[in-house]
Design a protein. Structure first.
Length: 236
């Protein structure tokens, strides 16, 4: 790094690097590129991102706080398991918080913000005709990012993001393949409603719509999970 770079600029560069690595590893976990129970090697990640182990360690520490990885002393860092029953209370808390999105200092949407959500809608149209589980999971993350970016209240935004990340992987582990087209079609309607509310500047409705999305998603996922238990073969 050039000698004329100020300490403030160095901190800014380090933060940008951290955010980039954190976002990529987080998304790999949420999209099941890193499977539940998989060990994450600091050395391999450092080589992958062409950095020292120090920023990797910082990223893994944050992911552990968020419940996406677990460090085992003397063994390593592992991706946490996905357990729908354990996440039921998380879903209920998400429902309660969602209504506050449009009430606590919502950030007005710009034309660029609206266009990003339109892009999500177009992506959903593509998935309707060619369903893809990982593409659907990616779309869920993208739409959530647009909703969370609306939240002006910092504590609410931080908690909302953290709880969402805990439940993201449920879609890829629970939704039956045959139900994927119907789920994508439903989500297309939800994105369209969110887009209309944001275009109108009706952020209270955005919160209510997101609360409805979280609630109905939870009940459908619970139904899929219950059906999975029924369909499991009984050991003799």
């Amino acid at each position: 790094m050039p000698n004329n770079v100020t300490p403030r600029q160095r901190r800014s560069k380090a933060q940008e690097r951290f955010d980039r690595i954190y976002g990529e590893i987080r998304d790999r976990i949420c999209l099941l590129d890193y499977q539940p129970g998989e060990r994450l090697s600091e050395d391999e990640l450092a080589e992958d991102f062409d950095v020292s182990r120090t920023p990797i360690r910082s990223v893994l520490n944050r992911l552990e706080v968020e419940g996406l990885v677990q460090s085992r002393h003397g063994v390593g860092t592992f991706v946490t398991d996905v357990d729908f029953k354990a996440l039921e209370e998380v879903y209920k808390f998400r429902m309660a918080l969602a209504e506050q999105i449009g009430l606590l200092d919502p950030r007005p949407r710009t034309r660029r913000d609206i266009e990003r959500l339109r892009t999500c809608l177009r992506h959903c149209d593509t998935l309707v005709s060619a369903p893809d589980p990982k593409g659907f999971a990616r779309l869920n993350l993208d739409v959530f990012n647009e909703v969370s970016d609306l939240i002006g209240n910092k504590p609410l935004r931080e908690v909302t993001i953290r709880l969402h990340l805990l439940t993201t992987r449920i879609w890829l582990t629970t939704v039956p393949v045959e139900e994927l087209p119907a789920e994508i079609a439903r989500f297309r309607g939800e994105i369209s409603d969110l887009l209309t509310a944001m275009e109108l500047g009706d952020y209270v409705s955005v919160g209510l719509l997101w609360r409805s999305h979280v609630s109905m998603s939870f009940f459908r996922l619970r139904r899929y999970e219950e059906q999975k238990q029924i369909d499991q073969p009984i050991d003799n």
